[in-house]
Design a protein around this ligand. Structure first.
Ligand code: PLP
Length: 359
């Protein structure tokens, strides 16, 4: 039976990459050492890291003004690191509350004793099924934080709010490299790897260097200035996830880059949204205008029926469709490595299921 993994993360990786990892696992580049054993101070590592960084720069068209960091601690660590660095002196931060992950980022920023945190817009009133429409900043902030793709609620900023003069920070954990972000429009972008890149353990930060205070002095692992100075090699980096990410970047370049990934993600998500819009049984929960390309929550509106659907889908090889505990229902996450055939298999299964329930 073919198995399709709809997990929101850790998620599917390209099978060619997994095969390559398997083939060279015991000896990386004829070194007779596994990639898991090579030193982060070796030339082998240095070359691997520099190539991965250059490939990522090319794939995301990162301008020269921005530096790329390969860090640890997940996107969650950035909920603390970003405010410490970008609000180092003036300490005024604005958030747009679009659901669970932005709320977690807000809560962590508020724990920092000297920061002023304003929530300037919220999707609370509509249960986070749509993004807030009126996003206005009344003050000068160090930055305005946006969760660009809301993994749980299935919403996504397809257009950035007009916030002239403000620095934008974006959490792109669930659609990095799957959608063409204009890096130039952001002061900082961050994402963990385990959704659309590779194994967990690697977090990417892309930061405009002139936003940083070169005189700042923060604990080393939280200080972008020190981390940039050591080229993300201040302590032992996660060598294996960086290696795997590097292979995924090469795979992406071969596939035609981010533009091609976005087209494919549109094809997969359109197929499922069309099915949902035409169904009498299933319904997409996110507002049409704000729909995510990568995370698609849906429901029958009947808890028991949702559970039956998830159980039967799993038996048919359509795995991890259970919705997040906060939202319930189902969620199909389809990142870059997820094949069109998987979206098609889900749609056909939904049609059969609907036929059984409403013959
Ligand atoms: N931000 C978003 C949008 C996410 O989807 C997630 C995880 O699912 C996180 C942050 C937290 O990521 P991590 O588990 O890498 O800390």
């Amino acid at each position: 039976m073919v198995v399709y993994n709809f997990s929101a993360g850790p998620a599917m990786m390209p099978s060619e990459v997994v095969e390559q990892i398997k083939a060279e696992l015991t000896s990386y580049k004829a070194s007779q050492m596994s990639v898991m054993e090579i030193s982060h101070r070796s030339d082998l590592y240095a070359q691997m890291f520099q190539e991965a960084k250059a490939d990522l720069r090319e794939l995301l068209a990162v301008p020269k003004t921005h530096r790329i960091l390969f860090l640890q601690g997940g996107a969650s660590m950035q909920f603390t690191t970003v405010p410490l660095n970008l609000a180092y002196k003036t300490k005024r931060i604005a958030f747009v509350d679009t659901g669970h992950w932005s709320q977690t980022a807000i809560a962590d920023a508020k724990l920092l004793p000297d920061k002023e945190v304003d929530v300037i817009a919220s999707g609370h009133e509509n249960g986070y099924t749509a993004l807030p429409t009126k996003i206005k900043a009344q003050k000068d902030y160090d930055y305005v934080h946006l969760t660009i793709n809301n993994t749980i609620e299935g919403t996504m900023f397809q257009k950035l709010p007009e916030l002239a003069g403000q620095t934008l920070v974006g959490d792109i954990s669930s659609n990095i490299l799957g959608y063409q972000h204009n890096v130039d429009k952001y002061g900082l972008l961050y994402a963990s790897a385990q959704k659309n890149i590779g194994p967990a353990g690697l977090t990417l930060v892309i930061v405009k260097e002139d936003l940083l205070d070169q005189e700042q002095d923060l604990p080393s692992m939280l200080d972008y200035v020190k981390l940039i100075k050591e080229d993300s090699n201040l302590n032992t980096p996660p060598v294996f996830p960086i290696y795997a990410a590097g292979l995924v970047f090469k795979w992406l370049k071969k596939q035609g880059g981010v533009a091609q990934m976005q087209r494919q993600n549109e094809e997969k998500s359109n197929l499922l949204y069309e099915q949902l819009d035409n169904s009498k049984l299933f319904k997409a929960t996110a507002a049409k205008a704000d729909r995510s390309l990568t995370n698609i929550p849906f429901t029958t509106g009947d808890k028991a029926l949702d559970e039956r659907f998830v159980t039967e889908a799993t038996q048919a090889g359509l795995c991890n469709l259970k919705g997040h505990a906060l939202v319930g229902g189902m969620r199909a996450s389809m990142y870059n490595a997820f094949p069109y055939a998987g979206a098609k298999a889900l749609v056909e299964f939904m049609q059969k299921f609907e036929q059984q329930v409403h013959p």
